[in-house]
Design a protein around this ligand. Structure first.
Ligand SMILES: [Zn+2]
Length: 62
């Protein structure tokens, strides 16, 4: 069974499920780039880089 991460755009409020596998790839790329921000991608609706996991607290470091 495929797992999904619920994503939400902090700018326009758009929500979409993202396969956990794809999300993990984003995480890996950000680690490779030395980017310690919460993993996010471009929103498919407003095209801003503000598409974050909805339960963002789970991904905050600290
Ligand atoms: Zn958006």
């Amino acid at each position: 069974m495929e797992r999904f991460i619920r994503m939400k755009c902090t700018k326009c409020g758009f929500e979409e499920n993202m396969p956990a596998e794809c999300f993990n790839e984003v995480v890996d790329i950000m680690i490779e780039d030395g980017d310690d921000d919460i993993p996010h991608i471009h929103c498919t609706r407003c095209d801003e880089p503000t598409f974050y996991p909805k339960d963002i607290d789970r991904f905050k470091k600290g």
